[in-house]
Design a binder for this molecule. Structure first.
Ligand code: HEM
Length: 373
């Protein structure tokens, strides 16, 4: 079979067709990435400028500023009801955990153990403080039923709050390895309920004690004498004059009232999370006196500050109360009866509260200072 040679016009037509195919091929290759990129979504015009390149990659631009803000705790918006989820990274949370499990536990342990060691040393050196003239065998009423009710309501609830609070702070490290996770979880859950509910009798007790005893706890000139002699606690035959409460007791009273109030407020903010922004308001108030505290706090920061403050105040108050319990029980002969039966031995009263005895018995302070024979 013989092939006929293409004519000149056929060759020209072929060349034009080849050129067209080539041009079409090149334009298709160029268009392919753009087509792949735009498929399914719109490429915003600004993404094609400012150093960014199409395709979702950053090119020469960087979003480190945005991530720095995220790392710094910036709050974005979320479509779920919990607006707090709009904060991706909350660095204060890590600081909070470090403070709570670090210095707070370390210094808290030192404070509590230090106070117990001091009291043990005091007991060894000074022994039980005796009624120097010996018991008179006659009593004077010191606290009525309502006084003792207020005291024991506060005291019993405080002791359970303290023990369950101590478990919240140290339990995981001290009790859990001993009890095992299940028994510890059970105990801590029960403790948590006790802590939540006993907060209310504690607050009631504090309020009652305040109303009943505040008038006896206003500082007076005898407090300075009492303090200058350290209450005669370290020396025998030394009994500085005192009305119903001496300066040491006034310090315990105000520590209980103010510490209790502060614990109550921070405790309520923990009981009803994210309901009260009390720290921003407190800081704004303190800033009036020249402080420079942050007032733009997130809800989580508010909660973190509440837990830290609640812990610190409770540790200080526990240390004070341990000393109070010591002196009100084994540390001083005749003291417990005041809150037990409500009646104290007359000689005890004359030695420790001579001006109060004078008031009650209508004597002169000089007469009241001399123990009854
Ligand atoms: C087993 C524990 C406790 C004992 C044996 C005890 C004993 C006493 C005694 C005997 C008094 C009367 C002192 C006097 O007649 O002058 C007293 C007063 C007082 N107690 Fe307690 N107490 C205990 C727990 C607590 C607790 C836990 C708190 C507070 C959280 C507390 C707060 C007070 C206050 C504010 C006073 C009046 C001021 C003073 O006397 O120091 N007590 N306590």
């Amino acid at each position: 079979m013989q092939m006929s040679n293409p004519t000149r016009w056929q060759r020209g037509l072929g060349a034009v067709a080849a050129a067209l195919v080539l041009a079409l091929g090149i334009s298709l290759i160029e268009a392919a990435p753009a087509a792949a990129q735009t498929q399914g979504r719109e490429v915003p015009s600004e993404a094609l400028s400012g150093g960014a390149v199409p395709g979702g990659s950053l090119g020469t631009s960087s979003d480190s500023e945005m991530w720095r803000a995220v790392r710094g705790g910036i709050q974005g918006t979320v479509s779920i009801p919990d607006a707090k989820a709009g904060i991706l990274v909350q660095s204060e949370g890590e600081n909070w955990r470090n403070i709570r499990n670090g210095p707070m536990l370390t210094y808290g342990s030192w404070l509590m153990l230090g106070m117990i060691a001091l009291l043990a040393l005091f007991f060894v050196l000074r022994g039980r403080i005796k009624i120097e003239a010996g018991p008179a065998g006659r009593t004077i009423e010191r606290f009525g039923f309502l006084d003792r009710f207020a005291h024991w309501l506060t005291a019993t609830s405080f002791i359970v709050l303290a023990l369950t609070g101590i478990n919240l702070l140290w339990g995981k490290f001290v009790l859990m390895p001993v009890l095992g996770p299940e028994a510890f979880a059970w105990l801590t859950t029960a403790g948590k309920y006790a802590h939540n509910f006993l907060a209310f009798p504690f607050m009631l007790g504090i309020a009652l004690m305040f109303v009943l005893w505040v008038r006896h706890n206003i500082p007076n000139k005898y407090d300075l004498i009492w303090l200058s002699k350290a209450g005669g606690l370290f020396t025998s035959h030394s009994h500085p004059p005192s009305k119903k409460f001496n300066a040491g007791q006034k310090l315990i009273f105000w520590a209980t009232i103010l510490g209790g109030l502060s614990l109550s407020l921070s405790g309520i903010s923990l009981l009803f999370p994210f309901e009260f922004a009390m720290w921003a308001k407190t800081f704004a108030f303190l800033n009036i006196f020249g402080f420079d505290l942050p007032t733009n706090l997130t809800g989580i920061q508010e909660m973190q500050l509440s837990t830290l403050w609640h812990g610190v105040v409770s540790l200080v108050l526990m240390a004070i109360v341990v000393a109070h319990i010591y002196i009100g029980s084994i540390g001083m002969q005749g003291a417990f009866a005041a809150m037990g039966s409500g009646k104290v031995d007359e000689n005890w009263a004359r030695e420790h509260h001579n001006l109060w005895v004078a008031e009650v018995k209508g004597e002169t302070p000089r007469q009241a200072a001399h123990p009854a024979e």
